[in-house]
Ligand binder design. Structure first.
Ligand code: URA
Length: 203
């Protein structure tokens, strides 16, 4: 892994396109992942949203946030006065990590070590994209950006995230997993409020 990181650093991509070519042609650091799901969105956006990793549908489509979590995120973005096109969307880990169970591909949480292997790409990517504010969706994104674990429920809000002004909020998948309807509504309202605050902070 250290050698892989050094090899990537030597490739020294000069822009986002070159970086994406490197990412797309490097085999996954996690088990699974048929293709790298690259970030998408405008350069110099107000906000860059960083998720955990592509899911089953993102892996199929080769695009971030198009599955159930993505649809919930788009709804929340809309309620916060934002659009998919206005923000840059990417993930801490660029491949879908899964185990096959019959026909189903079950999402596996990336380990801290795996997240670390992808950090160099994420940092480079954000250097090229130059958002005003980086929004970490969930703990994995925060870990990728800071190198430290963070309890999202207790530490939501503005944070310095590595080299970036940032904001930490829930991951939409976390909302989908909450068993209780009232808790889900509350967490969704918090996500919308956080996105609106992040938008204002980046204005
Ligand atoms: N969850 C993520 O973190 N990213 C995606 O792209 C989709 C779901």
């Amino acid at each position: 892994p250290e050698r892989a990181v050094a090899a990537m650093a030597r490739q020294a991509p000069a822009n986002l396109e070159e970086l994406n070519a490197v990412i797309a042609s490097t085999p996954p650091f996690v088990a699974g992942g048929t293709c790298a799901v690259l970030g998408e969105g405008p350069l110099n956006p107000r906000l860059a949203l960083v998720g955990e990793q592509p899911g089953d549908q993102e892996d199929e489509a080769g695009r971030p946030f198009v599955g159930p979590a993505g649809q919930l995120l788009m709804k929340a973005l809309g309620e916060a006065g934002l659009t998919r096109e206005a923000v840059y969307l990417t993930n801490a880990v660029k491949h879908f990590k899964f185990v096959q169970r019959g026909k189903r591909r079950l999402h596996q949480k990336p380990t801290a070590g795996e997240v670390k292997h992808y950090r160099w790409w994420l940092e480079k990517e954000l250097d090229f994209v130059r958002p005003r504010l980086v929004v970490a969706l969930g703990g994995t994104a925060a870990l990728a950006l800071t190198g430290k674990a963070l309890a999202v429920t207790r530490e939501r809000g503005p944070h310095r995230l590595g080299a970036h002004d940032g904001y930490v909020t829930f991951h939409p998948s976390y909302l989908l997993r909450l068993p209780d309807e009232a808790a889900r509504r509350e967490a969704y309202a918090a996500l919308v409020a956080d996105l609106a605050t992040a938008k204002a902070l980046a204005a």
